[in-house]
Design a protein around this ligand. Structure first.
Ligand code: PMP
Length: 347
């Protein structure tokens, strides 16, 4: 083995940097600092590398052998992380995705040799055509397969309890007050939140939910409202996954697509952080939350409030959408004039 080399790319998962935001935070009350955990720098492109590692570890403990097929319902990132691990360990992959997902995500999975099946986004989760139901059926009918089942597999929050939480604790020594994360399966917030609260019981955990998802109304009012579709990918749900522990949340904020996408672009242009839409959502949510709550907290603490925001995936998968001015304008997310296009526009 060469000195300093890693055995394989999976050994590069984790130890992602925590970085201070300096420009998008302008206008926040004094004494509020926002930091981001750059999970998009993981080798598989997101925090789901931690999940894939734990899902497969648990499946292998239960008897799964290389050569088998991993089946999963995924909005893209879990698939990307499983596909990477599968390539190294010798598994086949079949992924089932809702059809709103970007073409880059589909191509990304196919690049690793995975089969991708598309399903309609605008059907109920229990409709037989939904991506949840189709993935379950494929798993049931494929011999020697393993249904990763990230929405109901306890190995999902466990991944973050064993990996993300301890890593954040080690990096920061607990020197922060608020943890903010987007809510998808809930694995991140439930596992990381549990670990952090066990270490420091007064950490405030805030979830960020897109308009159209179920979580916000349920947490605020106890009512289950009718979900509707939205454009931001990876966060929000139209059902309650058992991997989500909503009790871990001290608060929840809601963001709309436009807020998510404009912040995603600002994160890139003003901070050099090329993140995906859920990263913009999480930061927009953190800023919204800080504007109404952080001064109170800072007074009670008698010192600055440090907020740590979890950034899941990278902007590269969204260049045809969030970073495409035409797409942004067609969807009503961008009011400004088209960007500079020709020499005549510059000279
Ligand atoms: N952001 C992105 C881009 C995602 O793919 C996901 C996973 N669906 C999340 C955020 C939410 O993470 P979790 O499932 O752990 O709640």
């Amino acid at each position: 083995m060469m000195h300093g080399a890693l055995e394989d790319i999976t050994k590069a998962v984790g130890d992602t940097p925590i970085v201070r935001l300096n420009r998008v935070t302008e206008g926040l009350p004094p004494g509020v600092e926002i930091y981001v955990k750059c999970e998009y720098l993981n080798p598989g492109g997101s925090h789901k590398d931690r999940l894939a590692w734990n899902l497969l570890r648990r499946a292998e403990e239960a008897g799964l052998k290389p050569g088998g097929t991993i089946v999963e319902a995924t909005s893209g990132n879990t698939g990307a992380s499983l596909a990477l691990l599968a390539a190294i360990r010798g598994y086949k992959c079949i992924f089932v995705m809702p059809d709103k997902m970007s073409q880059e995500k589909v191509s990304h999975l196919r690049a690793f040799g995975a089969k991708v099946v598309m399903c309609p986004t605008a059907v109920d989760a229990d409709d037989p055509r939904s991506y949840y139901k189709v993935s379950r059926r494929i798993a049931d009918e494929t011999p020697n397969s393993f249904y990763a089942n990230q929405y109901h597999n306890p190995a999902n929050p466990e991944a973050h309890y064993l990996s993300t939480g301890p890593e954040i604790w080690k990096q920061t020594k607990g020197d922060f007050d608020v943890f903010v994360a987007g809510l998808g399966t809930g694995g991140t917030v439930s596992g990381t939140g549990k670990f952090l609260k066990e270490k420091k019981s007064d950490i405030t955990v805030v979830g960020v939910d897109p308009v159209g998802s179920l979580y916000y109304d349920f947490v605020k009012t106890g009512r289950v409202t009718k979900p509707f579709s939205y454009k931001v990918e990876g966060i929000g749900e139209d059902f309650f996954p058992s991997t989500m522990n909503l009790k871990i949340l001290d608060d929840i904020v809601r963001v709309d697509d436009k807020e998510c996408f404009l912040m995603t672009r600002d994160m890139t242009r003003l901070e050099g952080l090329f993140v995906g839409g859920s990263g913009g959502a999480a930061v927009a949510g953190a800023i919204k939350w800080a504007k109404t709550n952080a001064s109170k907290l800072a007074k009670a603490k008698k010192g600055p409030i440090k907020i740590l925001v979890f950034l899941c995936d990278a902007g590269g998968k969204y260049v045809s959408k969030i970073f495409n001015d035409d797409w942004m304008r067609e969807n009503g997310f961008l009011d400004e004039e088209p960007g500079i296009g020709t020499v005549a526009d510059i000279l």
